[in-house]
Design a protein around this ligand. Structure first.
Ligand SMILES: NC(=O)c1ccc[n+]([C@@H]2O[C@H](COP(=O)([O-])OP(=O)(O)OC[C@H]3O[C@@H](n4cnc5c(N)ncnc54)[C@H](O)[C@@H]3O)[C@@H](O)[C@H]2O)c1
Length: 251
């Protein structure tokens, strides 16, 4: 998809590794200038440096999506560095190392924290970025959901179900500004976070029930992300695209 994002400026949150790194690299290969944003400043710099070394144009930014001020500073850095914002990928979330606690007896403050990062964090980034996007005549936003939204996935799964609702709702508010917003719902994707958080035999059990008998790789998701940022999806908004090797089938 070389060139489909030429002249675009795209912010990717959670870009310090895993799926976010895959998105940032693919978006750069498609021609965009990339703001690699993460709370892990060193990881974001490593990814931006790697993109630069491969001939792309990327800049690292530290962001904590728990803070609106931090999200606004991220948007300001994108405008100061590259002159505007055309795309936002809301990929950052609490996933690697997350504790799966009982809905009935787990720590309530931790429950609220997962919502605050995984759901409200995406909204904070949209609030920070829609103004500069609108000034450019429009833009495209990709939210990161999960197939966990359609399973008993505990607090994490509910936050991803919330991302699906947020995507649909914001589509209505943003559409008049020619800003599109869609979501990707990945199945089990082979990142350090997945390997560290879910026992291998459980992942293997899930994979054995999938139509395509393998874990996804970040590259398996990146084409959909580039498509949703590009003009090829110009009349799509408010949609949740499942990319999961045939793990879930919804009617
Ligand atoms: N790997 C999978 O199987 C899978 C499946 C479905 C959905 N997802 C989703 O894909 C995304 C990336 O997953 P991953 O596997 O690469 O995991 P990951 O844990 O490596 O990625 C999350 C990134 O978000 C960053 N982050 C966390 N809190 C932040 C904050 N407050 N501010 C800014 N950045 C913050 C982390 O530093 C990390 O780089 C997440 O949204 C996850 O929920 C993953």
């Amino acid at each position: 998809m070389t060139g489909v994002l030429d002249d675009k400026v795209v912010i990717v949150t959670g870009a310090a590794g895993g799926i976010g790194e895959g998105y940032a690299r693919a978006i750069s290969e498609a021609g965009a200038r990339v703001v690699a944003a993460d709370i892990d400043e060193g990881g974001a710099k490593r990814v931006a440096d790697a993109i630069q070394a491969e001939g792309g144009d990327a800049t690292p930014v530290r962001v904590d999506i728990a803070s609106l001020e931090s999200c606004e500073a991220m948007a300001e850095a994108a405008v100061a560095t590259y002159g505007g914002i055309d795309g936002l990928v809301n990929n950052a979330a609490l996933f690697g190392g997350i504790k799966h606690e009982s809905m009935l007896s787990g720590d309530f403050d931790y429950y609220l924290k997962i919502y605050d990062i995984n759901l409200h964090g995406a909204l904070r980034c949209v609030r920070a970025c829609f103004g500069p996007m609108s000034e450019r005549g429009g833009g495209a936003i990709v939210n990161q959901s999960s197939t966990a939204a359609w399973m008993p996935g505990g607090t994490y799964g509910i936050t991803k179900l919330g991302i699906n609702g947020l995507t649909r709702d914001l589509a209505m508010e943003l559409g008049g500004m020619n800003i599109r917003i869609n979501a990707i719902a990945p199945g089990p994707t082979d990142t350090e976070a997945l390997r560290g958080g879910v026992p291998g035999e459980i992942i293997d059990g899930i994979v054995s029930q999938m139509a395509l008998k393998r874990r996804g790789q970040p590259e398996d998701l990146a084409g959909t992300c580039v498509f949703l940022l590009s003009e090829a999806s110009a009349w799509m908004t408010g949609q949740i695209l499942t990319v999961d090797g045939g793990h879930t089938f919804r009617v």
